[in-house]
Design a protein around this ligand. Structure first.
Ligand SMILES: Cc1cc2nc3c(=O)[nH]c(=O)nc-3n(C[C@H](O)[C@H](O)[C@H](O)COP(=O)(O)OP(=O)(O)OC[C@H]3O[C@@H](n4cnc5c(N)ncnc54)[C@H](O)[C@@H]3O)c2cc1C
Length: 492
């Protein structure tokens, strides 16, 4: 008797299968291929990989940068290229001998009594107590409903030798928005950036990437643009070793739990802003497997337990905020994406790390976005406001959470700082915390100021032409301002 049948042998399916097997469950993975190293070039923040996976890296860069303008912004966060063969071997080792891998293509599944019957393309009928759909983007047994159609991340990359470095030697360039090669109208319509890794010697991985678009640029467009970029840089490749086409949806909603459990990209786990998923799946797998194993033990609904562990309410709420932000990015004129990320990477490190992490709650996301809003030019603010106004319930909740966090923080601060101890005062009458509390990168401080600053930007300087024609801009912004005043307890 198979306890769990996992459809798909990608990193997510195998990670969950391994954790289930480690908990003594009998597990069958069904995939059209034998165990084989995952094909895509996977990157991840080193600190987001579980400890056991940190050794499954082909290379780690400490010089990691973005270019949102002429000068690089150092990210000060090590980034890893995964060694897919080692990752596969580590996952199989973690699974142990009991994991069964069956080659086949699943076409459907049906629950009869307490047992699932999973159909294979060649007429197979596998039975199991629980089925997990880990078949990748879009889902097989639990198709993903992409609102408004799938918004895709697409990219075209090559590994090649270069006579002159196409990007900074020794570095990993996470995003390079400098672009002399396409004309401004093309950038505006289809923004792309360079993602590049120096692989050692004269070898580089260079990839022309469209972060998110609907419709997305085609492979031909990205390939032509990459080569035009390299030509413009005076560094055409010689000896191209391999190439890669990337295309996957970014706008999956939180799934509706059902009798089939899903995991990985099929469970909507791709991060809607970064497109990352692999490290998150490796981290989520033990907790979901534990929930499933415990449910089996107690005779409870294992699928429901798995769903509850994977998509708790807070994560669902956070997804709505991320989708709202994604909507804003889709609206943003292409030539303004660099400005957005310039403001984004001015966030305190902990804040942008959290924004890109899989489990960050609404409060933190909202506070980060307000801060980005405060520091971004108006051309970036307008789409953010429009996205917020298009989803008033989500934005209101986010603002409320941000303001609650701020109120709690201010309360805490006032409780600890009044009366200020005389010894802590400088001659000029300013306490040390007064003096340092308003630094742009000081993390948790002055969120109220950030919120107010952001709202002033929204009500004062936005370009009305940027708003949808059927929106009464003044009325909507007034509404938002009133709500802000109400939740923050501040007079207008
Ligand atoms: C080229 C590329 C590069 C990416 N780079 C990154 C990155 O750097 N970092 C990152 O975090 N994410 C990245 N992603 C996004 C995402 O993390 C990956 O797509 C990841 O592979 C998803 O993992 P998964 O296991 O959920 O699905 P997949 O890796 O897609 O695995 C799905 C599995 O299901 C099997 N399957 C499909 N249909 C059936 C069926 N009918 N029956 C049985 N088996 C089936 C497939 O054969 C496969 O084994 C990238 C995506 C792509 C496409």
């Amino acid at each position: 008797m198979t306890d769990v049948l996992v459809v798909g042998g990608g990193p997510a399916g195998l990670a969950l299968a391994a954790e289930l097997a480690r908990r003594g469950l009998s597990v069958r993975v069904v995939a059209p291929h034998p165990p084989q190293p995952f094909a895509p070039t996977y990157g991840a923040w080193l600190d987001e990989l579980p400890a056991w996976a940190q050794v499954c890296t082909a290379q780690v860069w400490s010089d990691v940068r973005v270019y949102t303008g002429p000068q690089p912004t150092p990210l000060m966060r090590p980034y890893a290229l995964l060694d897919n063969a080692r990752l596969l071997a580590a996952l199989l080792e973690r699974a142990g001998d009991t994991l069964r891998w069956t080659r086949g293509k699943v076409t459907g599944a049906e629950l009869r009594g307490a047992l699932w019957h999973v159909r294979g393309e060649a007429g197979e009928d596998w039975t199991a107590r629980l089925v997990v759909d880990a078949s990748g983007h879009g889902g097989l047994l639990l198709p993903t409903p992409f609102e408004g159609g799938a918004a895709l991340q697409t990219a075209y990359g090559i590994v090649a030798h270069f006579k002159r470095p196409p990007s900074a030697p020794g570095a990993m360039v996470w995003m390079d928005y400098r672009a002399a090669h396409p004309n401004p109208a093309a950038v505006r319509a289809e923004p792309t950036f360079l993602y590049a890794m120096h692989l050692g010697g004269d070898r580089y991985f260079v990839q022309e990437t469209s972060l998110i678009a609907r419709p997305a640029p085609s492979q031909e467009v990205l390939k032509a643009r990459l080569h035009a970029r390299l030509e413009a840089l005076g560094t055409p490749p010689h000896g191209t070793k391999s190439d890669e086409w990337v295309a996957f949806p970014m706008n999956a909603p939180a799934p509706t739990p059902g009798p089939v459990l899903a995991f990985g990209a099929a469970a909507g786990l791709v991060h809607p802003i970064s497109g990352f998923q692999v490290a998150g799946a490796l981290n989520d797998a033990p907790c979901v497997a534990q929930a499933v194993a415990s449910a089996f033990e107690r005779g409870q609904d294992a699928a429901a337990a798995g769903w509850a562990a994977l998509w708790p309410p807070e994560r669902r709420a956070a997804r709505q905020v991320h989708l709202l932000d994604l909507g804003a990015l889709l609206e943003l004129p292409g030539d303004r994406l660099g400005d957005f990320f310039a403001a984004f990477f001015r966030l305190p490190a902990a804040q942008w790390h959290a924004f890109l992490a899989p489990h960050t709650g609404v409060r933190e996301l909202a506070r980060s976005m307000l801060r980005v809003f405060a520091h971004a030019p108006n051309a970036v603010r307008v789409p953010l406001v429009r996205a917020a106004l298009a989803h008033p319930a989500v934005s209101l909740r986010a603002l409320r959470e941000a303001a609650c966090g701020t109120a709690a923080h201010l309360k805490e601060r006032s409780a600890s700082s009044h009366p200020a101890p005389a010894a802590a005062r400088h001659p000029g009458g300013m306490t040390k915390s007064d003096a340092t509390g308003r630094e742009a990168n000081s993390g948790d401080v002055d969120q109220q100021e950030v919120i107010e600053e952001g709202m002033q930007g929204a009500v004062g300087n936005v370009n009305a032409d940027g708003l949808a024609p059927d929106v009464d801009r003044e009325e909507k912004l007034e509404e938002l301002r009133e709500n802000m005043a109400e939740v923050s307890g501040q007079p207008q």
